[in-house]
Design a protein around this ligand. Structure first.
Ligand SMILES: [Zn+2]
Length: 321
C-alpha cells in the first residue's frame, strides 16, 4: 500500500524565549553546532507525520554532519558553548598513551599567548588545585591564541572571569582567563596569534595576569611540559600523553587525596581511621578530630555509634567509621 509522509516542522513559540536565559546572548542562539541535545532543545522543532495510504513509505537517513564543522569532532563528538569542561576524561581515555601532533602540516606555528614572567605554576595550592600557569601582565595587554582552532566559549565564566576557550585542530583545548575585555566570539575560527582579548583581573583573581591552561579531553595538563617559557616556543612538536602521567602528575585532586592518605597511614599506622573500619580512640581525640581525619562527619559517627555530639569518649573505645 502506498503512503505519503508529509513532514511539517513547526518552531514553537518557546524557542523565542531563549533570550530570557542569561547563559545565551542573542547571537549565540542561532549559532550552529552546540551539542546535538542542546541544539534540539534550543530549536525545539516539533515534527508532525501525516500518513497517506496512497503513497509508498520512504525512509531516508540523513547523515548528521553538524559536528564535522568543528575542530577535533572525531575526538570530542560534542560542541558545548555553555560548560567549560563537560568531558569525563577517565571514562573517555581508554588508551595507555596518545601521541599529539601539536602543529600539523598546513597549520600556523605555535604563538605564545602572552610573553611575561610566570607567577604561579600548575599544581596543588593550599586548599585547591591550580590547573593553569599564571603569566604576569598589565591590564589591557593583548592576549592571542596559541594554536589554530575555533573559539568554543567566549564570555564571563565563574572564577575564570572574562574567558575564552578554544578547541584546536590538534585535539587540545586552551583556556585564557581573567581578561578585562573579550575580543573573540564563540564559533569564530582563529589562527595561532589571533587576538582573543585584553589581559585583566576579572573573576577569581588577585592582580592582573593571564591564567593559561592546556587541556586534553578536559584533563588539565602542565603547560610547562609543552612550552619553554624562556624561549617562548614549544619544547617539541609532538607530545605523548600517558595514562601513568595523568595518574602521577596531572590528576591533582587524586594526587592530593593519595598524599593525604599516605600522611594518615604514616601518622596512625594500623590504627588509622578508615571509612568502613573501626577506630580505637586515642588520647586527645574528639569526634570532630576523628571525623576530619577519617573523611566523615560527626553526625555520621554519632549515628553509627549511638553517640551524641557532646558524648565523652574513652581512650581505647572502638568507633565504627
Ligand atoms: Zn591561575
Amino acid at each position: 500500500m502506498k503512503r505519503l509522509i508529509y513532514i511539517l516542522s513547526i518552531t514553537c513559540i518557546a524557542c523565542l524565549d531563549v533570550s530570557a536565559s542569561p547563559l545565551f546572548s542573542p547571537d549565540e542562539r542561532n549559532k550552529p553546532g552546540d551539542d546535538k541535545k542542546k541544539q534540539a532543545k534550543r530549536e525545539d522543532t516539533t515534527t508532525i507525520v501525516v500518513n497517506n495510504p496512497d503513497c509508498i513509505e520512504e525512509t531516508e537517513e540523513i547523515p548528521d554532519t553538524t559536528l564535522i564543522l568543528f575542530p577535533s569532532h572525531d575526538l570530542y563528538a560534542s560542541w558545548d558553548t555553555n560548560a567549560a569542561h563537560p568531558y569525563k576524561f577517565n571514562e573517555i581515555f581508554k588508551e595507555d598513551s596518545v601521541t599529539i601532533e601539536l602543529t600539523k602540516e598546513g597549520d600556523n606555528c605555535f604563538v605564545m599567548p602572552y610573553k611575561g614572567r610566570l607567577t604561579s605554576l600548575f599544581g596543588w595550592r593550599k586548599y585547591r588545585p591550580h590547573y593553569g600557569t599564571d603569566i604576569d601582565l598589565e591590564t589591557g595587554d593583548t592576549i592571542v591564541a596559541a594554536f589554530d582552532g575555533m573559539v568554543r566559549i567566549a564570555r564571563y565564566y565563574h572564577g575564570y572571569g572574562n574567558c575564552v576557550i578554544i578547541r584546536h585542530n590538534n585535539g587540545l583545548e586552551t583556556v585564557y582567563a581573567h581578561m578585562s575585555k573579550i575580543l573573540a566570539e564563540s564559533g569564530q575560527k582563529v589562527s595561532a596569534g589571533t587576538v582573543l582579548g585584553l589581559g585583566g583581573n576579572t573573576g577569581h583573581s588577585y592582580g592582573s595576569h593571564l591564567h593559561f591552561e592546556i587541556r586534553y579531553l578536559g584533563q588539565a595538563l602542565d603547560t610547562q611540559d609543552f612550552i619553554d617559557y624562556e624561549k617562548g616556543d614549544l619544547k617539541c612538536n609532538t607530545f605523548v600523553l600517558r595514562k601513568t602521567d595523568v595518574e602521577n602528575k596531572y590528576d591533582l585532586r587524586a594526587l592530593h587525596a593519595r598524599h593525604k592518605s599516605d600522611l594518615m597511614a604514616r601518622k596512625y599506622g594500623k590504627n588509622r581511621p578508615v571509612k568502613g573500619g573501626v577506630y580505637r580512640v586515642r588520647k586527645g581525640d574528639t569526634l570532630g578530630v576523628i571525623a576530619r581525619r577519617s573523611g566523615t562527619s560527626v553526625k555520621s559517627l554519632c549515628k553509627k555509634n549511638g553517640l551524641k555530639p557532646t558524648s565523652t569518649l574513652r581512650i581505647g573505645q572502638k568507633l565504627k567509621i
